[in-house]
Design a protein around this ligand. Structure first.
Ligand code: GYE
Length: 328
């Protein structure tokens, strides 16, 4: 009798040990896993430039708390050198996992090599780097930005199907050197080049912010005699541009057609109101998957090199339906 009982206790203890060790279940760590088994994650965020970014930060902070992961969060205020400093400090603190959303694509090899030499796994979140050595990071979770640009272009091609008049496009680019700026530009250009009636007459950075989007659109309106379409790499720049267009006495969505990327609540509201014509979705809710990946990486499990985010597109009608349940 006694023997049987102690065998059961032992089996139970082993099961608990295994769970704690691999961080298996969804809520592993939240049930007082505490002590040495608690995963520490250093996360370096781009900044707070847009509604997307705010929602992304919230998702990461909430998911870390829910997963029982100790999050060391650092805001780079849009500067690569701040991110490099933060990563070096995470290495010095010997965190279990480093995750970050790179401000720009290039210039990461040295610091990533330092993390690798210190045996600290790195997870790229939202944006990738252009490093040739793929062993410098474990995985990259985020969207396909080229595809987003293509979706924007495809909508435009359809919208002007059967018409031959020139279509003058102005483009508000994201932060120079950032993956979503490079790729959204490239994907869009690739699709519209098939028809010479589409002409990008002006293209400039609006830094992914409302303020800059507004300012640059004001300049476009002054320098361009005819603007048919605005393609903005994110909702915030599009929303800033809407203010400039209205101030110039024009009707956004009608006099100038507007396509943006992200689909945050403010963008969706403008879309439903007819001020934007089309939005390509880019989901900021990467937190839960990031925490899952961190647990797996910490446990030494192999993870996919690339984890792609699922997303859709919205017309004005679809925005009206989706808006009441929009989380961000
Ligand atoms: O689209 C933009 C943000 O990297 C996908 O960054 C992200 C982009 C997003 O500032 O609004």
């Amino acid at each position: 009798m006694l023997k049987k009982w102690s065998a059961a206790v032992l089996a139970g203890a082993l099961a608990v040990g295994a769970l704690a060790g691999c961080g298996g279940g969804d809520d592993a760590g939240s049930s007082g896993g505490g002590g040495d088994d608690k995963i520490t994650m250093g996360f370096s965020q781009v900044g707070a430039e847009s509604g997307w970014r705010t929602a992304n930060t919230k998702s990461i902070q909430e998911s870390a708390a829910a997963a029982g992961i100790d999050l060391k969060f650092s805001d780079a205020q849009g500067k690569q050198e701040n991110q490099i400093k933060a990563i070096r400090s995470f290495i010095a603190q010997r965190v279990d996992v480093i995750a970050f959303s790179p401000v720009v694509e290039s210039g990461w090899d040295t610091v990533l090599k330092e993390a690798k030499d210190a045996n600290i796994p790195v997870i790229l979140t939202d944006r990738s780097v252009d490093s040739q050595d793929k062993t410098l990071y474990k995985t990259f979770i985020g969207s396909d930005f080229v595809l987003e640009g293509k979706k924007a272009g495809e909508w435009l091609v359809k919208e002007y199907e059967g018409k031959s008049d020139p279509v003058n496009i102005v483009e508000l680019q994201g932060t120079p050197g950032a993956a979503p700026a490079n790729d959204r530009k490239a994907g869009f250009a690739e699709v519209i080049k098939a028809d010479p009636k589409f002409k990008i007459v002006a293209s400039q950075t609006g830094q992914f912010t409302r303020t800059d989007g507004k300012e640059v659109m004001e300049a476009f309106l002054k320098s361009q005699p005819k603007i048919d379409v605005l393609y903005a790499h994110n909702d915030d720049m599009g929303l800033g541009a809407i203010e400039a267009i209205e101030a110039a006495g024009k009707k956004p969505g009608t006099d100038i057609k507007i396509i943006t990327v992200d689909a945050v609540k403010d963008g969706m509201t403008a879309l439903a109101a007819g001020k934007i014509n089309y939005i390509v979705e880019c989901s900021p809710l990467l937190g839960p998957q990031l925490m899952d990946l961190a647990k797996k990486v910490k446990a030494g499990e192999t993870v996919e090199q690339r984890v792609l985010t699922q997303e859709t597109t919205f017309t004005q009608e679809q925005a009206k339906t989706a808006l009441p349940d929009r989380k961000y």
